[in-house]
Each structure stands twice: as structure tokens, then as C-alpha cells.
Design a protein around this ligand. Structure first.
Ligand code: ATP
Ligand code: MG
Length: 198
């Protein structure tokens, strides 16, 4: 499961757990982005903070791991490079699933190397509030092909990192939207206090 995780929240965690159980996965590997190619013009919290919040949020789950691969890679991050590295690491007989929100799958279709990505993974797309699953499936049938997409239903969580950042900036609570330990880390490091981070 790749993401900016700026910060990680219960939407991510519920989705990961649901994918793990429904697809009987061995583990979920969280992959915080390094310098995200598609967000290069935006201000993003240092990768180390985003990585640490992801570790903190997942530490009590034995089936969750966090990778430093993208955080440690210099330059722009391209998902295809990460997937090729994972395939090298785990071997070609290991099936890799790419867990995303249903919205994100549609962005990925337009990414650099979309076809190569399609050959490396099966997508597990979590439905998100505001996304019509039937419409997504129907649209995919006429869209670019080669993408294997499985859809899962997750409890309707309207949580987003964007909203959490706005809440912290405005002094509103984020408790019950992300683990308390993540909230404490945000406080300690004084993240999202300055304007400009949307
Ligand atoms: P931002 O608001 O900054 O875009 P985000 O909440 O979408 O952040 P990301 O780190 O961009 O979080 O998301 C990582 C992955 O998790 C993406 O595939 C995204 O679609 C998915 N995701 C994010 N929030 C949810 C949610 N509430 N339920 C299910 N999937 C989610
Ligand atoms: Mg997002």
C-alpha cells in the first residue's frame, strides 16, 4: 500500500486490514513515498516524519510492515521502480497486490509506465465515500486495459490526510481519525501548523 501518508489515518489502516483478510494476504507492506513525482510542486512533510508516523500507526499489527525503500531512494519516485525492486526481493512466484483507494486507481491508469505496472500487480481498490463502485467497474470495461482490479468494500470512511492537516492547522481535533500515538507525534514535531500545506 503506497501513499504519502501525510499523515497516515484510520482510512488507510482499515483498508489495509480489510484487504489482508479478504484476500488472505501474508502481510501488508506500507510504502511511504519519498519525493512524490506527482506532488513535486506541493509542500510535503519530510519523508522521515511520514515514515515514522506510519511505523507508529502500524507497530501493534504483526501483519503490517513499513518499507523505507522509497524514502531512501534519491530523486523522484516512480512506482514501477518500486514494484520491480519488490519483485526482485520477493521473487517472481510472490503475487503482489497494490492496495489503493478506488479514486487512486484511476490516476494510476494515466501514470508513466502504466502498462508495465499493470503487468506486475493486481490492484485492490477500496471504495471511498463519493465513489460509485458500479460506475467505476463499468468505466473500466471501456477504459485502457491490462489492469487487473479487484474492488473491496470498506466501511465508509470520509477520512483524508488533507482534512487532518487542515484540522491541525485550525486547532481542531484529529482524535478518533488517526491513532493517538500519531496525534502525539504530530504535536511533538509541530507538524501542519504552518499555512501552505493543504
Ligand atoms: P491526501 O488527502 O493528502 O491526498 P490521502 O488521505 O488520500 O491523502 P494518501 O497517502 O494520498 O492519503 O493515500 C494513500 C492511499 O490510500 C491511496 O491509494 C488512497 O486512495 C488511499 N486512501 C486514502 N484515504 C482513504 C480512505 N479514507 N479509505 C480508503 N482508502 C484511502
Ligand atoms: Mg490522496
Amino acid at each position: 500500500m503506497g501513499g504519502t501518508f501525510d499523515p497516515i489515518h484510520f482510512g488507510h489502516l482499515v483498508t489495509a486490514e480489510e484487504a489482508l483478510v479478504q484476500f488472505n494476504l501474508d502481510r501488508v507492506l506500507f510504502m511511504p513515498t519519498g519525493h512524490p513525482a506527482l506532488k513535486s510542486d506541493q509542500r510535503v512533510t519530510p519523508a522521515e516524519d511520514r515514515y515514522l508516523m506510519t511505523v507508529i500507526a502500524t507497530s501493534s499489527n504483526p501483519d503490517f510492515d513499513v518499507s523505507r525503500m522509497e524514502v531512501d531512494r534519491p530523486g523522484l519516485t516512480y512506482t514501477v521502480d518500486t514494484l520491480l525492486a519488490l519483485r526482485d526481493e520477493y521473487g517472481p512466484s510472490t503475487e503482489i497486490f497494490f492496495i489503493t483507494g478506488a479514486d487512486a486507481v484511476w490516476d494510476i491508469v494515466g501514470w508513466k509506465d502504466a502498462e508495465r505496472i499493470a503487468g506486475l500487480v493486481t490492484f485492490i481498490a477500496a471504495t471511498r465515500p463519493g465513489y460509485d463502485l458500479d460506475a467505476a467497474r463499468a468505466a473500466h470495461e471501456v477504459g485502457p486495459n491490462g489492469f487487473r482490479i479487484e474492488y473491496i468494500e470498506v466501511p465508509a470512511l470520509a477520512i483524508s490526510s488533507t482534512d487532518l492537516r487542515a484540522r491541525v492547522f485550525a486547532g481542531r481535533p484529529i482524535r478518533y481519525l488517526t491513532p493517538e500515538s500519531v496525534g502525539r507525534y504530530i504535536q511533538k514535531r509541530r507538524l501542519y501548523r504552518e499555512g501552505g500545506q493543504s
